[in-house]
Design a binder for this molecule. Structure first.
Ligand code: ATP
Length: 260
């Protein structure tokens, strides 16, 4: 079954029959999906379901054992891996920053690979820092001198530096306190819209996925078991989907009971 999300015209990102085996074990067992341009897609599922592996395939950090990945209709396996990766913004939990590079140099990493001169990289870093509400004086700091929230913002700035059309985020705000996480999720949402990005975000924060994503994909044991808008996911009777939703929904009900 192909998990097509309603598309106007050709999809921006497509996976066809994607299979991945790691260590002799099937990790992804035939993923078919089509994501329209401009969608913010939350990829959810239990630990070990294959979410990170799917992002790593799209970013060409892993190679599929079968199937195809197309970005704007082009098979990415037929393209140079480094070139594919440079067109994609990628951020991971905690920022994944280079510890011995300053904040400005971290943000400018992909532009540096693309051959931008120092002045242009610095200007872009400061522009993105302003967009992500990072004070400019942090530009010369090292990652070890940042708070968790600041490091996550720098990671996001780095992912956006070369103006990618596709953003892949792997639990980018996973380790943050709820208030910072919420503020950053709001900022990401605004940037996603303003920059016309197509974004895939792996998250364990079901409430955030249900409230902010245009579309959700639920992975279970290497297969997509549900896809569509959050309302359709919330109504999906699949036991694994209901199990994922049980805790956040119970929490929301309990909280609603506390407020006047
Ligand atoms: N390099 C590897 N070699 C062998 N098995 C691997 C490798 N990387 C991942 N796996 C296995 O693939 C499966 C999917 O892992 P993956 O990291 O994609 O899951 P996930 O859904 O992102 O999990 P989590 O939510 O815990 O991050 C797991 O069973 C994992 O143990």
């Amino acid at each position: 079954m192909c998990h097509n999300i309603p598309v106007n015209g050709a999809p921006f990102l497509e996976c066809r029959g994607l299979r991945l085996i790691l260590g002799g074990q099937p990790v992804l067992g035939g993923i078919d999906l089509a994501v329209p341009a401009g969608a913010l897609v939350a990829l959810v599922g239990a630990s070990g379901a294959g979410k990170t592996s799917l992002l790593r395939l799209i970013n060409r950090l892993l190679a599929p054992d079968a199937g195809q990945i197309l970005i704007q209709g082009q098979d990415i396996m037929a393209q140079d891996a480094v070139a594919v990766r440079r067109g994609i913004g990628h951020a991971v939990q905690g920022g994944g920053l280079f510890p011995h590079w300053t904040v400005a140099d971290n943000i400018g990493a992909v532009p540096w690979l693309l051959g931008w001169d120092r002045q242009r990289r610095q200007a872009r870093a400061l522009e993105l820092m302003a967009m992500l509400e990072l004070p400019a004086h942090l530009a010369s700091r090292f990652p070890g001198e940042l708070s968790g929230g600041q490091a996550s913002r720098v990671g996001l700035a780095r992912a956006l530096a070369a103006s990618p059309r596709l953003l892949l985020l792997d639990e980018p705000f996973g380790a943050l306190d709820p208030e910072t996480r919420d503020a950053l999720a709001d900022r990401l949402h605004a940037l996603h819209r303003a920059q016309g990005l197509t974004t895939l975000i792996v998250t364990h924060d079901l409430a955030d996925a249900l409230l902010r994503a245009d579309l959700m994909l639920v992975l279970d044991q290497g297969r997509i078991i549900a896809s569509g808008p959050p309302t359709a996911i919330a109504a999906n009777p699949h036991p694994a989907v209901q199990a994922l939703l049980a805790a956040p929904l119970a929490q929301a009900r309990a909280l609603a009971g506390l407020t006047p």
